[in-house]
Each structure stands twice: as structure tokens, then as C-alpha cells.
Design a protein around this ligand. Structure first.
Ligand SMILES: Cc1cc2nc3c(=O)[nH]c(=O)nc-3n(C[C@H](O)[C@H](O)[C@H](O)COP(=O)(O)OP(=O)(O)OC[C@H]3O[C@@H](n4cnc5c(N)ncnc54)[C@H](O)[C@@H]3O)c2cc1C
Ligand code: FES
Length: 275
């Protein structure tokens, strides 16, 4: 019988420092094989999560940030916050960790085809949105106008800056920071101010969000008056997780398991289940 908790062994092929507390880890299988594709041809659907494990410390969920069509590696972008993430931050290129998943549902890409897309994220909510951006750019003709609105506390906290330069050639990007230190010449202010500047066709627009709860709550109240109904808004939720597969009840919110029913929820669905 298949063990649903059995991880694979992966090695850290590359580490990039993205901010004082955030690093990107490029993971490759230690057996030299490529990652397996799912039925939809992707190794994970943008918005799904993997559980990365460090021997002696534990496992933690991360939304992969890389191109879901690239079977050679998976990138995770990790903020150092506690036990497992600190252990990861101490690891070197070549170190081995474990990986299981992908788990959860991901963004409903099929509903996004042919539509204008607004992706909104803040802080360390960028990784799952990054994978969605990579997917959209790989299939650019299948989507309409695509916006990314991304905010961070300070300019050094903006993640994936190199990738951002490539994305800017393919989609419309607005970056904003709370505190304009380090000679920042870009925007200062709330992500909601960026949203209000967009000229959109609400009937043809889908929204994907991932970020801190207060940001999501504030934006929810702006999107409806812009003509975008809850049914067109998808958010990725974060909860503490353990099993990752709907068995342990660690991630319950309302009557939903964030790991198995989410982590991506339609706003219409989550409003009735938020705890
Ligand atoms: C679906 C999903 C995707 C995620 N993707 C990313 C990602 O791409 N990059 C990233 O950096 N982080 C991501 N996270 C958050 C990440 O999983 C946690 O930061 C991590 O589990 C912390 O583990 P730790 O052992 O270092 O912290 P711990 O030692 O377990 O905890 C340290 C502190 O953080 C709190 N905490 C831990 N996990 C969470 C959580 N999920 N939500 C709220 N508070 C928490 C604890 O209560 C404690 O106060 C994601 C979480 C989920 C559920
Ligand atoms: S993490 Fe165990 S039920 Fe969701």
C-alpha cells in the first residue's frame, strides 16, 4: 500500500539570498530523476504547496515559486520565522532535505483562460503567485491583460527582483513599499492605492491573491465596488499544518481543511467559513 506521508530526498542545488530574512532554495531530486508531472502536465499547480522537511527539526509547507512546467527543479522561497525555516536557512548548497507533495488544489487555471488577470500579493506571499506568473508567461496568448500588484515593507524586502525584470517584459507590474529607504524611486503607499488606479473590465477579470490577512481583508472591500464579484476572487490561505493531507485537523478553518480543501479558496466560499 502507498504511504501518503513518504517524502522523496532532494538536494539544495542553489541558494539565493533575496532579503535579510528570505532565501530561495532550488531543489533537485537526489536520484537524478526529473520531478513527476501530474495529470495536467504540471509538476504542481500554482498555489499548491509542498512540505519540505529538515531531519531533526520538522516539516513546513511552502508554495513553490518556479515554473511548474520545468521538471528539473522546484524553487521554494523561505522566510526565516521559526524552527524548520531557521534550520533551512543554515543549510548549504549540496545539503539534503525531504520533500512531499504537491498537496492541495492550487489556483483554478482553467477558469482564468481568456480572462484579464489581477494578481495581488504582499510580503512573502509572492512565491505561489510567482508560479502562476511563470505559467501565464509560458502560455501568454491564452490570457488577456495581466497585472501584478506587489507590496513590501521596504525596498530590500521586495523578493525575486531578478525574475521581476523578466516578468516586466510580459505583464504589467506595480511595486510599492511602506518605507522608501535605500534611494527608492518607486511608489510608496498601500497596495490598495495601486488597485484603484487600474482600468479594468470587471466582467472579464479574475483576481488571484496571496498575502497577509489584513491586506486580503482590505482589498476584498475594494474589489466588489469595482464590479468584481466574490466568485471571481481566489485567495491562498495560510494555516499551521502537520499532515498536509486532511487527516490531523491542524489546519481547520470553519468546516474546511486548508490543506485538502485549499489552500486556494474562492472568496465566496471562504467568507462563510472564516474562523
Ligand atoms: C499553503 C502554505 C504555503 C506557504 N508558503 C510559504 C512560502 O512560500 N514561503 C514562506 O516563507 N512561508 C510559507 N508558508 C508559511 C510557512 O509554512 C511557515 O512560515 C512555516 O511553517 C514556519 O515553520 P517553522 O518551523 O520555521 O516555524 P515554527 O517554529 O513552527 O513557528 C514559528 C512561529 O510562526 C508561527 N507559524 C508557523 N507556521 C505558520 C503558518 N502557516 N501561519 C501562521 N503562523 C505560522 C507559529 O505559530 C510560531 O509563532 C506557507 C504556509 C502555508 C500554509
Ligand atoms: S494539515 Fe492535517 S488536516 Fe490539514
Amino acid at each position: 500500500m502507498q504511504n501518503i506521508y513518504a517524502p522523496i530526498s532532494v538536494k539544495i542545488a542553489k541558494i539565493e539570498e533575496h532579503s535579510p530574512s528570505v532565501k530561495l532554495f532550488r531543489l533537485k531530486r537526489t536520484d537524478g530523476k526529473k520531478f513527476s508531472a501530474q495529470k495536467n502536465g504540471l509538476i504542481f499547480t500554482p498555489g499548491q504547496f509542498v512540505l519540505a522537511g529538515v531531519w531533526g527539526y520538522g516539516e513546513a509547507p511552502f508554495g513553490p515559486a518556479s515554473d511548474p512546467l520545468n521538471r528539473n527543479h522546484i524553487d521554494i522561497v523561505v522566510r526565516k520565522i521559526g524552527q524548520t525555516t531557521s534550520a533551512l536557512h543554515h543549510m548549504k548548497e549540496g545539503s539534503k532535505i525531504t520533500l512531499r507533495g504537491p498537496y492541495g488544489n492550487g489556483y483554478p487555471i482553467e477558469n482564468f483562460l481568456g480572462k484579464d488577470i489581477i494578481m495581488i500579493t504582499g510580503g512573502c506571499g509572492l512565491p505561489p503567485i510567482a508560479a502562476l506568473i511563470e505559467y501565464i508567461i509560458n502560455n501568454r496568448a491564452k490570457f488577456g491583460i495581466v497585472h501584478l500588484l506587489y507590496g513590501a515593507s521596504t525596498p530590500p524586502d521586495l523578493l525575486m527582483k531578478n525574475r521581476m525584470k523578466f516578468w516586466q517584459k510580459n505583464i504589467q507590474i506595480m511595486l510599492t513599499v511602506d518605507k522608501p529607504i535605500c534611494n527608492w524611486e518607486g511608489r510608496t503607499g498601500l497596495i490598495s492605492e495601486c488597485l484603484l488606479e487600474l482600468k479594468i473590465n470587471p466582467a472579464n477579470t479574475m483576481v488571484a491573491m496571496c498575502g497577509p490577512g489584513p491586506m486580503v481583508n482590505a482589498l476584498e472591500h475594494l474589489l466588489n465596488p469595482m464590479g468584481i464579484s466574490d466568485k471571481r476572487i481566489f485567495i491562498s490561505m495560510e494555516r499551521k499544518m502537520q499532515c498536509g493531507v486532511g487527516r490531523c485537523q491542524h489546519c481547520v478553518t470553519g468546516n474546511k481543511y486548508v490543506c485538502a480543501d485549499g489552500p486556494v479558496f474562492n472568496l465566496d466560499e471562504i467568507d462563510k467559513n472564516w474562523d
